[in-house]
Design a protein around this ligand. Structure first.
Ligand code: ADP
Ligand code: MG
Length: 586
């Protein structure tokens, strides 16, 4: 569903409906459900534009319906409505929402239920997939009231209003929805265990640093998915996960109690194994482990540190003044690789930029899969070194940097590599997948390892972004739209987000666009602060304000992205200009 931007530039900062009411004819006087029914019946057959008069609040006995935005014609993006259910009607018990984690979980649960209740209706709620995200579709207020936001295609006969169908939708389906979302109408055991599952995942992720782990995969987890285009668990007979004893860690969770599984330690972890033995599937689960999963997903207790970032090659991307000097030097063009720009990066330079930028944005763990890397940035074997001498080869392979990256800078790496033994030299642990079962082969790999001299790793230079180069507006109006999972349209330009593996929900893409707008328009990018500091500041706001901290005035659905994907999208914005590059003298 396309989502358009609702407000004009000068008006952002108000409530979604602020300042709209007095622009157009609005129905005045008593505005209750009886009146809404009457008006809709009266509008039947009138020209479609009359729907605009519905804008504003309508008081029902036990809830308020707010028409936030009315589509101009039947073919425009759907109108937007919000339903506010007061706390005494919603009846949520304290345990369902008093903590921020359970509040997010219960809101997500309500969205999923609303989605089922609205089957066959014109009302649409933005439901998530396998991950439980903070999303604009449902909010639980500080007083325990519930707000559900929806799109609705207001019914028409051609360009005339179908008032009777509209009445059914707004005056019957909405009240039914409200009834169905009240706590007493829920399967409360199910709702509670949904929040318990999310709370366990959050608790487990929080334990990782003190356990010295970057990830945990519980025994019994189901990692494979149904297909390349479905994120549901594999049907049939997936091989459940069983941790190798030597790497098994046992933890105690608030709800599930004692759980054991594979603890992926800090440092350098190599995942090896024959083709088709489940290596990428495991790494993919770790990528998603930064998010919480719904019960039944199979990855509920697969968690990864929140600052883990997938790294890949991305030929053709633009790079704006990124310091790739640790990986690339002496390019044939003579370019300064400490301040490197290109409109069309190669496989290796794109991957080098991806790593440098991930570190700049605060990545603490890198997740890498040989399937999507540039081989020449990963390894260079002895024979190739003999043929192409050091001074002719601009690249320092990752294998020479991965140890200093951890030892000196605390950044861990989990790497899938089935095609070369070079990483035996540097790995702290080696896990082999065989028939989807992991085995600890660290000792054997160590016997095959050779001494290797590390290169030096310099942290990438910090960059200051020119805020004028991040502009969400087109002729005075914001334009933030997404196309599938591929493109974020931001102002005049399209950002290619296809390769950001940890954007998992279409609404997160919109969220990224809104976050970029917030960075620029709220002066967080102020032309002085470097990007890392700006992201810290933004994250503080998101931590306290939730997803709505970026949404002001946006008439559509969005979900919360991570800082890492916000930074990644910014780095792919083709208008981006960096005004200063700050090199720390070591
Ligand atoms: P690799 O990266 O080692 O070549 P993949 O991770 O791509 O292998 O997995 C190959 C196939 O095996 C995929 O179709 C995947 O869905 C399936 N698969 C992965 N793990 C399991 C499992 N635990 N049980 C059953 N099938 C699995
Ligand atoms: Mg693979």
């Amino acid at each position: 569903m396309p989502a358009g931007y609702g407000g004009r530039g000068h008006r952002h900062g108000g409530r979604p409906d602020a300042g709209r009411g007095h622009e157009r004819p609005q129905i005045r006087g008593r505005r209750d459900s009886r009146r809404l029914s009457e008006e809709l019946r009266r509008m039947d057959g009138a020209s479609y534009g009359r729907y605009r008069a519905l804008s504003g609040d309508w008081d029902f006995d036990d809830h308020t319906l707010t028409v936030e935005r009315v589509q101009a014609d039947p073919y425009a993006p759907p109108s937007r409505v919000a339903v506010r259910i007061p706390a005494e009607v919603a009846g949520l018990p304290d345990h369902a929402w008093r903590s921020p984690v359970r509040r997010r979980a219960t809101a997500d649960y309500l969205v999923r239920r609303a989605h089922r209740l609205l089957k066959g209706a014109r009302l649409r709620v933005d439901v998530g997939g396998q991950e439980v995200l903070d999303r604009s579709a449902c909010r639980i207020d500080d007083d325990g009231g519930v707000v559900v936001r929806m799109g609705v295609e207001l019914p028409g006969h051609g360009r005339r209003i179908d008032g009777h169908a509209a009445e059914r939708e707004l005056c019957e389906r909405v009240p039914e929805l409200v009834d169905g979302l009240c706590w007493e109408a829920l399967d409360t055991a199910d709702a509670t265990s949904f929040a318990d599952t999310v709370e366990d995942a959050v608790a487990l992720r929080a334990m990782l640093p003190e356990l010295g782990l970057v990830a945990f995969v519980a025994d019994g987890s189901v990692l494979p998915r149904r297909s390349g285009v479905s994120d549901l668990p594999m049907s049939g007979d997936p091989v459940p996960f069983v941790s190798p004893e030597s790497l098994r860690v046992t933890v105690r969770l608030p709800h599930r109690g004692q759980v054991s599984g594979l603890g992926v330690p800090e440092g350098i972890t190599l995942i090896v194994g024959g083709g088709f033995h489940g290596k990428s599937t495991l790494l993919h689960a770790l990528e998603r482990g930064v998010y919480d999963h719904v019960p039944g997903d199979g990855r509920e207790l697969v968690v990864t540190r929140a600052d883990a970032v997938k790294i890949r090659a991305e030929e053709g991307r633009r790079v704006e003044r990124t310091d790739v000097g640790a990986f690339v030097r002496n390019l044939p063009t003579g370019a300064d690789t400490g301040d490197f720009s290109t409109d069309n990066a190669s496989g290796s330079t794109s991957q080098a930029a991806n790593i440098a930028e991930a570190l700049e944005a605060g990545a603490g763990t890198l997740l890498v899969d040989e399937d999507t890397t540039a081989t020449n940035l990963m390894i260079r074997d002895a024979r190739m070194q003999a043929l192409v001498h050091g001074d002719r080869e601009p690249l320092t392979p990752f294998v020479d940097l991965v140890r200093p990256l951890h030892r000196a800078h605390g950044v861990s790496t989990v790497l899938v590599m089935g095609g070369s033994g070079d990483y035996f030299d540097v790995a702290d642990q080696v896990v082999m997948l065989d028939g989807y079962r992991p085995y600890d082969v660290t000792e054997k790999a160590r016997e095959l390892a050779r001494p290797r001299t590390d290169a030096r790793f310099h942290p990438p230079a910090r960059r200051v972004v020119d805020p004028r180069s991040v502009d969400a507006q087109v002729r005075g109006r914001h334009r933030i739209k997404r196309r599938d999972m591929d493109v974020l349209t931001f102002g005049e330009t399209d950002i290619d987000v296809r390769h950001l593996a940890q954007l998992v929900d279409p609404s997160q893409i919109t969220g990224v666009g809104l976050a970029l707008r917030t960075l620029a328009e709220d002066g967080i990018l102020d032309g002085r602060r470097c990007l890392g500091e700006a992201l810290d500041l933004l994250e503080e706001r998101l931590d306290s304000g939730g997803v709505e901290a970026i949404g002001r005035g946006y008439a559509g659905d969005y979900a919360l992205p991570r800082r890492h994907e916000i930074a990644a999208a910014l780095n792919r914005l083709r208008t981006l200009r960096v005004s200063r590059v700050l090199r720390d003298r070591e």
